[in-house]
Every structure is written in C-alpha cells, then in structure tokens.
Design a binder for this molecule. Structure first.
Ligand code: PMP
Length: 403
C-alpha cells in the first residue's frame, strides 16, 4: 500500500500576528558568544551566585516540608501563599488583596501587558528601557513612544509635552538603578510624574526589582507610594508596582509580586489562572520562610558586594577610558551605562571586544524605537576585582582605538 503525500500545512503562516511580532532577544543571541570561559563578561545581568544563601534555602525547604507536608507540594491558590502575600502587603501598608504573587516579575510584566494593552495602545517607555519589558509587551501590539532621559531619569517636562498631544494608555518605568543605565529617577521628578500621569489618565507600571540594592545616596519614595498618597486608596491608585525576590534572594525560585488596584487585580488573577494556575507552592513557602531573617541579611550582603564592585569598576573606567566616553554613576543595582561619541557603533565593535576577551551588551536593543548605537551596558555584579581590572583595561584600549 502506498501512502499519498501528506498535504503541506504552511506552518509559518499558521503563526498568529502576536507570534509574528516576537523577535529573538538580541541580548540572548549576543550572550551566546560571550559565554566562552576565556571571555571576561560584563554582558550578563546575573546576580552573583557566590552570594546565594544556599544553606538557608536548604534549611527553609526542610522546615517547609516538615511543617506543611504534602500541602507544600499540592496545587494552591492563584493569588499566592497567604503568609507571603500578607508579609508583602504589610511592607507596603496595603491589604493583601492588592498583592498578587507572580512567577518572576517577568510574568507580572507579561500579564500586565495582557490585561492592559489593546493593539495600537500607546505605551510610554524610557529611552533606553528594560528590553525584557519590550519583549513582554510586544505581542500585545502597542505603539511605543520613547521618553527622553538624563542622569535624573525621565525628563518630566518632555513627558508633559508628550501627554499634551498623545493619548497614552500607560507609562512603563524602572525608577531605581534602571536596567540598562543604572540611573535613578529623582524624588522631585517622581512626584511630578505621578501628578502628570494622574492628570492625563495614564496608568503607570513601576518595575522595581533593584530598589532594595542601594549602596549609596538617599532612597526616594516609590511611585506606588506617591500614588497611594495622592489617591488615599490602594483601589484607586493608578500606579501598579512590580518587584521580585530575584535580585535580593535568588532568581531561580521565580518568586515575585505585583501590587495593583482591585479592578486591575481581578483581571490579573484571571490572566494568571490561564497562564500557570499559580506560582510554585513550595517556592513561595520557602521564600516566606526566608523573608524575616535571611532576606534583610542577604540584602545587606548583596548591597555591600555590589557597592564595592561598582566603585572598583568606576575607578578603573575613570582611569582607563578615553575622556570622550561618558558613563553613569549608579547608586545601586547592577549596571552602568556608557555613551560613546556619535558615530561609534558598539554592536559592530563587539566582535573586536570578544577577540580581546571582554564582552558587554550593545545599547541599541534597549531602545523601543531604535537609537543608542553609540551606547553600551556593563554589569559589575559577577566579576572579580582582577577581572574588572583586566576587562576594563582591554575595553579602554579598544575604545581608544575606535575613537
Ligand atoms: N524587570 C527588570 C527591570 C529586570 O532587570 C528584570 C531581570 N533582569 C526583570 C524585570 C525580571 O526579573 P524576574 O523575572 O527574575 O523577577
């Protein structure tokens, strides 16, 4: 018996417009070449693994299994493990009903995109902004408008000009030690941003995975807390807050949360049910076990280590880089950002850098609408002082040659 040829299904054409709008992450592609062991990589944005509290996590896992038994391994509610939600709510001074546990803040961004963005909605983003947020929002087919930024974060006067002429749905911002620039939005600008967005009816997503990792300077109030002050009611707050245990504790447990007003929260919970039912029960219980004592200690350790690494990298940058190269001075977080003279293309320079055994991330992919070809991001979290010294020296040589 002979088989007749199977009809060909056009698999490419079968993809949704949503899927067709997705791109391979430029950064992940770049990271592949930089992962060779001989390359000193300032490219990755990974938390320092030698600081992970492994023994504490092991002990917490045992405690959780002893205390909860099979319930630790059972399905659980979509909203999240009650003690963890309650702890987070108490920290923020809001009811637990306004807190939703997420499987990484990346999931929070995706689900916020899903429940808030209709095709063609205007989303205001910093130029540059967190690439992962662009990846999350892109499938919901927004129209981006880039907001100019400087060392104090978003230029709020430029924001006002945009809002006067552009009906926008939401503004996405990383106000503390932004990924990719390391910059922080100043306290005065925070107030103005919250007022302006309220006045023009624009939602704000405040993405804050790094806020606890301040190693110098004074903390500024969160946009969320300013929104709360402004409206006096968590169920009327137009600011949505997203944060994570990834940078303070460990990223691999994928534990994070969103704080939002009831009308948004209701839909977020439904969206999360459709996405993954709930964040792993066991992981949430482990984190809940660690928040009281281990988390504050861990935050202190990480702050101190990153502060030292940042100071050392800045020292070497100052000593080794040509004076035409501008750089940010982060007060916390994991990154610093370089701006080279116009005309220098950091993506084109990367192979030469890898040849010299040093890697960075070119800045352009962090711009929603392109630009920033002369910029690049450096991470100081997972390099030793010797690697920072050697790597920054090699990069300085390369940049001098390129100018
Ligand atoms: N937001 C920002 C600004 C980030 O830098 C990251 C991680 N690089 C995330 C969100 C996602 O982190 P996670 O999903 O691990 O919470």
């Amino acid at each position: 018996m002979s088989l007749s040829p199977a009809p060909a299904v056009d698999l490419g054409a079968a993809l949704s417009r949503r899927a067709q709008s997705m791109n391979a992450s430029a950064i992940r592609e770049i990271l592949k070449v930089t992962q060779r062991p001989e390359v000193i990589s300032f490219a990755g944005g990974l938390p320092a693994p030698e600081l992970f509290p492994i023994e504490e996590v092991r002990a917490a896992a045992n405690t959780v299994l002893d205390r909860y038994g099979p319930a630790a391994l059972q399905y659980s509610t979509t909203e999240g493990h009650p003690p963890l939600r309650e702890w987070l709510a108490a920290q923020a001074g809001i009811p637990a009903a306004n807190v939703q546990i997420m499987t990484g803040s990346q999931q929070g961004l995706d689900l916020l995109g899903k429940v808030l963005i209709d095709e063609g909605d205007t989303v205001l983003v910093e130029a540059p902004t967190y690439l992962g947020a662009l990846q999350s929002f892109q499938p919901y087919l927004p129209r981006y408008v880039q907001l100019p930024t400087d060392d104090g974060g978003i230029d709020v006067e430029a924001l006002e000009e945009v809002l006067k002429t552009t009906p926008a749905k939401l503004l996405y911002a990383v106000p503390n030690f932004q990924n990719p620039t390391g910059r922080t939005l100043s306290a005065e600008r925070r107030r103005r941003l919250v007022e302006l967005t309220a006045q023009y009816g624009v939602l704000v997503i405040e993405d804050d995975p790094y806020g606890q990792l301040r190693f110098t300077g004074e903390p500024a109030p969160s946009l969320y807390s300013l929104g709360l002050e402004f409206h006096g009611d968590p169920d009327r707050n137009h600011v949505i807050y997203s944060s994570s245990f990834s940078k303070t504790l460990v990223p691999g447990l994928r534990d994070a949360w969103v704080q939002a007003a009831a009308p948004i929260m209701t839909k977020l919970i439904q969206a999360k049910q459709g996405a993954d039912l709930h964040t792993p029960t066991f992981n949430q219980m482990i984190v809940a076990e660690l928040v009281q004592e281990v988390l504050p200690r861990q935050i202190e350790r990480v702050r101190q280590a990153y502060g030292e690494r940042a100071r050392f990298m800045l020292e070497r940058v100052q000593a080794d880089f040509p004076p035409e190269v501008a750089y940010t001075i982060p007060q916390g977080g994991m990154f610093l950002w370089l701006t080279l003279p116009q005309g220098v293309d950091t993506a084109a320079l990367l192979p030469a850098a890898v040849e010299r055994r040093v890697a960075y991330v070119p800045g352009s992919p962090f711009y929603a609408l392109g630009g920033g070809e002369n910029t690049l991001r450096l991470s100081y979290t997972s390099a030793t002082p010797a690697q920072i010294e050697t790597g920054i020296h090699a990069l300085g040589d390369l940049l001098r040659g390129a100018l």
